[in-house]
Design a protein around this ligand. Structure first.
Ligand code: 5AD
Ligand code: SF4
Length: 472
């Protein structure tokens, strides 16, 4: 009989990819995926540690399972990902009914560990070394990149895929937990990445998004040749069947000209660049140890605009970082106003135990000030997003159709020949339009008929069939 798996994923695209791969390995071991924890005999949480809030949500979800576990002691409950690496044994202390704690560097062991638990081996903990617990080589080795061969039948969508090109981070921004939980920066060999992409394309994949915490710091040397991200893009561009290549997340200082030229010259590479600036104040950037000034970021943005005028640039911001004054925040608003990001992800600073900022500065911006700054910055950004989306009305955009829109998914059983679909432009703008199921996975021309700050609304361009066709 098949076993039932329920998995909940929070956090970044790296986590989405990790969950996809873990699910695939468990399906191979005979599991089917179910949509509620109640139906499952194995429950996994793939967790995030970037902000406190994400961890609180997981601990309360775990709390809710306490009774289920009492009722059915054979249920296996596991915590994987960044919070597993960060909290380790603490998870067993806070939730003693958890069976399994697995860091992002040990995901390949999950099927075996679950089997062990099923056989009565008791709680299992597998995590990587601390960043100070050995030589660089030892620590690197303890964080294993999890990139097994893809099984086409196990992929969530056949036409889109994430491909990891590097793991970890060495930048150590003072607020950030990522370098400790995801380990040292390590790039995958270009040949492995190209082989994986080729296999995905053979299976019908149209769009690949390359993943790395600082994806544009990618560098790998083998056989006397060094690949940077620009070289990798050029090789991936040759793969037949692929239509779009994206990459996230970029580190501003590594936005080199060769990369911008690759984006300009390779038509399959999306003119979409996520390059988080985090703050518009030099004093705050310095406290964050981001390694650049606002002037340097502006200069980089100017180079992007000059090389790829049609590029959509997006950013992340942290508001209410330690010591952020109204003047600092005003400079951030000013930077958002002038930079014309397509959109920005804005976060309230969340103190992370073990990071440098905790040792260096008090978390002294009150919560209500953080909230107010968050809302204010969002309002500035939304105004810009709307202003930049409106001129697209009346124009045609090419959309990769991803599937039914959220609204359509809510009424999935309604039997209608048409349904609302959602997709994205080459520049990563979201487009909603009426279509039919067969169009999912296709690249379609859509005329934009309306727009707001977040979404373009369109209608599919129908090919005009001229009289010459009839005369054939
Ligand atoms: N508090 C709030 N936001 C954070 N980020 C990273 N660490 C923190 C933190 N401690 C944000 C940054 C990063 C994004 C993924 O999350 O903006 O770019
Ligand atoms: Fe965190 Fe900075 Fe690395 Fe990004 S670059 S993952 S913010 S330490």
């Amino acid at each position: 009989m098949s076993k039932q798996l329920y998995i909940e994923t929070v956090g970044c695209q790296m986590n989405m990819l990790d969950s996809e791969l873990v699910v695939a390995s468990l399906r191979k071991a005979g599991y089917v995926v179910v949509d509620t924890p109640a139906k499952a005999d194995t429950i996994l949480f793939n967790t995030c540690s970037v902000r406190q809030h994400a961890e609180d949500k997981i601990y309360s979800a775990l709390g809710r399972l306490k009774h289920a576990k009492k009722h059915n002691p054979n249920k296996i409950i596991g915590v994987m990902g960044c919070m597993a690496q960060k909290d380790q044994k603490l998870i067993f202390e806070r939730a003693p009914f958890v069976d399994l704690v697995v860091g992002p560097g040990q995901l390949h062991q999950i099927p075996e560990l679950i089997e062990k638990i099923g056989a009565g081996a008791g709680q299992q903990l597998e995590v990587s070394l601390d960043r100070k617990a050995g030589t660089r080589a030892e620590i690197e080795q303890s964080f294993e990149s999890y990139d097994p061969l893809r099984d086409p039948q196990m992929r969530p969508t056949p036409f889109q895929a994430f491909v990891r090109i590097m793991i970890g981070c060495d930048k150590f921004c003072t607020y950030c937990i990522v370098p400790s939980v995801r380990g040292p920066e390590q790039s995958r060999p270009a040949a492995h990445i190209v082989a994986e992409a080729r296999q995905l394309a053979d299976e019908g994949c149209r769009e690949i998004t390359l993943l790395g915490q600082t994806v544009n710091s990618y560098k790998h040397s083998a056989g006397g040749r060094t690949h940077r991200l620009s070289d990798l893009l050029a090789e991936l561009h040759e793969i037949e069947g692929l239509a779009r290549l994206k990459f996230v997340t970029n580190y501003p200082k590594d936005m080199t000209d060769d990369l911008l030229e690759a984006v300009r010259d390779l038509p399959k590479v999306s003119p979409y660049l996520h390059v988080p600036v985090q703050s518009g104040s030099n004093r705050i950037l310095q406290r964050m140890k981001r390694g650049y000034t606002v002037e340097e970021y502006r200069e980089m943005l100017a180079r992007i605009r000059e090389t790829i005028p049609e590029a959509a640039v997006t950013s992340d911001f942290i508001v209410g970082f330690c010591g952020e004054t109204d003047e600092d925040f005003d400079q951030t608003s000013e930077l958002v106003r002038e930079s014309r990001f397509k959109n920005s992800f804005i976060f309230k600073y969340s103190e992370r135990p073990g990071t440098k900022s905790v040792q260096l500065y008090p978390d002294d911006v009150p919560e209500e000030v953080k909230k107010r700054r968050n809302n204010e910055l969002l309002a500035v950004q939304n105004e810009i997003s709307e202003e930049d989306n409106l001129p697209l009305v009346g124009r045609n955009v090419e959309v990769l159709v991803e599937g039914p829109s959220k609204a359509a998914r809510r009424h999935e059983d309604e039997d209608s020949p048409t349904l609302q679909l959602v997709g994205r432009t080459h520049c990563d703008r979201i487009v909603v339009f009426e279509g039919n199921r067969r169009q999912i996975g296709q690249l379609l021309d859509v005329t934009v008929i309306d727009a707001n700050a977040f979404t373009l609304f369109g209608s599919v361009v129908t090919q005009h069939v001229g009289p010459e066709v009839y005369s054939l």
